[in-house]
Design a protein. Structure first.
Length: 85
């Protein structure tokens, strides 16, 4: 993972969301240029992930919501959780 001088936002995906991003590399994640100032829902959509498929968000290893506005250098983890019984 390398964040340049523009301090882009890095987005990492859980296994159930990776299918939306061909060639996704979990070690590097997705570097969203100019991601600062965008809501998590917008970051998901920029990566072609329908925001309604995102059921859990962590920003810098802390719980957040899809409405969180990303800041320079944030690490955003998007996850889809399914349950069964």
């Amino acid at each position: 993972m390398r964040v340049g001088r523009d301090m882009s936002v890095v987005v990492k995906l859980s296994p159930l969301l990776r299918k939306y991003v061909p060639g996704y590399n979990h070690d590097e994640g997705l570097v969203i240029e100019n991601g600062s100032g965008k809501r998590v829902r917008q970051l998901a959509e920029a990566a072609n992930i329908p925001h309604e498929k995102v059921s859990s968000v962590l920003v810098n290893h802390r719980p957040a919501r899809v409405g969180y506005v990303a800041r320079d250098g944030d690490l955003v983890l998007l996850a889809r959780v399914i349950g069964g019984g």
